[in-house]
Design a protein around this ligand. Structure first.
Ligand code: PLP
Length: 233
């Protein structure tokens, strides 16, 4: 079942690339596996998935310990500063850097472990009250500050667009994030060259790709609905 669903998602990705004149290999699919058990992740793995996205540090660590070592783990959920030490050096990217203080902590921990951590800044493009992230206006200032930190490399921007009826309603937000990325690159800040846009989830990944996404984070369309019985978002 999961194999077929992955095929459907990949076809949709290819179609969106085709429509927008983009190259299929420039869009990477991250399978968002939060709340799903290891057996289910292994089904996706056996269908060729190597990029997994997780939201909770403890769950991420448990899964990393047991699942194959060639998986690239992406931290996409809100990250508390006191948990940074558990994932630096172990995840391939942290998508959800939503404050300068969090970046500072990641920098400190990366220096300590002698690694460079790839991060994205999470932007609350739609200014939703229940979401984390920098506003569009705050982003340039944050990038300037973070660009001076060692052990950290800002690869680009990430957003979670609103939960809307029609994906089309989010197009402007995706376009805005892309433009923000272009604008910041044009300022030629030392140590900053952003090539990554993490945007698009089950409901809107096709539109996000048309607007320039390089990572799409897809959960439900691959694994089915999540069960939030245990008090999780
Ligand atoms: C859960 C989650 C996703 C996946 O959402 P779906 O709608 O199930 O595809 C993507 N990004 C983030 C940040 C998430 O928390």
């Amino acid at each position: 079942m999961i194999e077929e669903q992955i095929e459907v998602v990949k076809k949709n990705i290819a179609a969106a690339c085709e429509r927008s004149g983009r190259n299929f290999k420039d869009v990477s699919l991250i399978a968002v596996s939060k709340t799903k058990p290891n057996e289910i992740l292994m089904e996706a793995y056996n269908s060729g998935i190597r990029l997994f996205g997780e939201n909770y540090v403890q769950e991420l660590m448990d899964k990393m310990e047991t699942l194959p070592s060639d998986i690239e783990w992406h931290m996409i959920g809100h990250l508390q500063r006191n948990k940074v030490k558990y994932i630096v050096g172990r995840v391939s990217m942290i998508h959800s850097v939503d404050s300068v203080r969090l970046a500072e902590e990641i920098s400190k921990e990366s220096i300590k472990k002698n690694v460079i951590t790839d991060i994205l800044l999470e932007i609350n493009v739609a200014l939703e009250a229940n979401k984390f992230g920098f506003t569009v206006e705050e982003t340039y200032g944050a990038v300037l500050k973070i660009s001076k930190m060692k052990g950290i490399r800002v690869r680009g921007l990430m957003t979670s667009a609103p939960n809307v009826e029609k994906a089309e309603e989010n197009r402007d937000y995706f376009r805005k994030l892309k433009q923000l990325c272009v604008d910041i690159n044009e300022k030629n800040i030392d140590n900053i060259s952003m090539d990554t846009l993490s945007m698009g989830m089950t409901n809107d990944y096709s539109v996000a790709i048309e607007e320039g996404a390089t990572f799409v984070r897809v959960g439900t369309a691959i694994f089915g609905a999540r069960n939030y019985m245990n008090n999780r978002r």
